[in-house]
Design a protein around this ligand. Structure first.
Ligand code: TYM
Length: 330
């Protein structure tokens, strides 16, 4: 079975609809016929300042949300990045293979560093993609399910794998990005030309918020002044985004939704999408509460995941150290 690796940062109080539709939904599906490794990437989280207690809480909460969306710990290896030391170790090696200019071209680095005062931009933000490459390459992953915003990081990962293989002999499998067609980029409800992300709260639908609040955000989503409910991302980005979300959550095609809403207004679409959201998050939130009520069980799942992950990671790292010319410990 082909290998899959992906990760998510524990940097918010809740995952949002972009995380779910762009990535997590695929994670769940891929469990069926792939060998899947899913990781809460706390090392990545500290590339920007984090409160220690909050980080710990959000790491547990992230694991609980992954289980609640349907990650099955009997089929997937679910673990926390800092529990497997090899991630940081391989990251160092890959940093030494990464060009300064190459890392500087990463648009996510440019965006994130532009938003912060220069003296608060840590070196970790810059080397972030080498750590991400280490995550993926340690497990010899074939496929990496992510949203569109991670495409460039995946490209760098492939380049690093190929460069290392060319220089030191075949060591890493070269992974491919697995990016969903329809939901690769979910847009912000208040600014439907930029991606939904934690930075603009009013436009972000959180999976753990009160569904009444989500319904309200959807009702006040920015749409154009026209009346027709048509999928037209160019001229009607707001309505198109709502249609994509609606379609993904219900399995109804966009064409089907367009004909169902013919002659009806945006208000109807928004109201009914709020209801769809409510039906989706209610059982999800209940499951999250269940996992949080039993932290011992949650920790056990994560411990088991880390043990399995460590075996594979250690074997890859041993090969890498050997290829590089490190003297084996006696
Ligand atoms: P993160 O934590 O920002 O996001 C987790 C996943 O959600 C996707 N995503 C979206 N998809 C569609 N529309 C959106 N608006 C949207 N917002 C987020 C992201 O593409 C991602 O798949 N660097 C990664 C974490 C990471 C990783 C890895 C991923 C670390 N190591 C190894 C894959 C493999 C990140 O910050 O994702």
């Amino acid at each position: 079975r082909p290998r899959v690796f992906s990760g998510i940062q524990p940097t918010a109080d809740s995952f949002h609809l972009g995380n779910y539709l762009g990535a997590l939904r695929e994670w769940v599906v891929m469990q069926e016929d792939h060998e899947t490794f899913y990781c809460v990437v706390d090392l990545h989280a500290i590339t920007v300042a984090q409160d220690p207690e909050l980080l710990r809480q959000r790491t547990r909460l992230s694991a609980a949300q992954l289980l609640a969306v349907g990650i099955d710990p009997d089929r997937s290896t679910l673990f926390v990045q800092s529990h497997v030391a090899e991630h940081a170790q391989l990251s160092w090696v890959l940093e030494c293979q990464t060009g300064f200019g190459e890392a500087g071209r990463m648009t996510q680095f440019k965006d994130k560093s532009a938003r912060q005062e220069a003296e608060h931009v840590g070196v970790g933000l810059f080397t972030y993609p080498a750590l991400m490459a280490a995550d993926i390459l340690l497990y010899q992953a074939d496929q990496v399910p992510v949203g569109e915003d991670q495409r460039q990081h995946l490209e760098l990962t492939r380049n690093l794998a190929q460069r290392f293989n060319a220089r030191f002999g075949r060591t890493f499998r070269v992974p491919s990005a697995h990016i969903p067609k329809e939901t690769a980029k979910i847009y912000d409800l208040q600014d439907p030309t930029s991606k939904m992300s934690k930075s603009i709260p009013a436009g972000v639908v959180e999976l753990l918020e009160d569904p009444k609040r989500s319904a309200k955000k959807i009702r006040s989503a920015v749409t154009d002044t026209g009346r027709e409910i048509h999928y037209d991302p160019e001229n009607k980005p707001g309505v198109s985004n709502l249609l994509v979300i609606y379609s993904a959550l219900t399995g109804r095609s966009i064409a089907d939704l367009e004909s169902a809403y013919e002659g009806r207004g945006y208000g109807d679409l928004k109201k009914e999408l709020g209801q769809v959201m409510l039906e989706f998050v209610t059982p999800f939130q209940e499951k999250v509460r269940g996992y949080l009520d039993d932290p011992a069980e949650l920790d056990k799942i994560l411990r088991r995941g880390a043990e399995h992950a460590r075996e594979i990671a250690a074997s890859t790292l041993r090969t890498v150290y050997d290829r590089i010319g490190f003297l084996p410990p006696a």
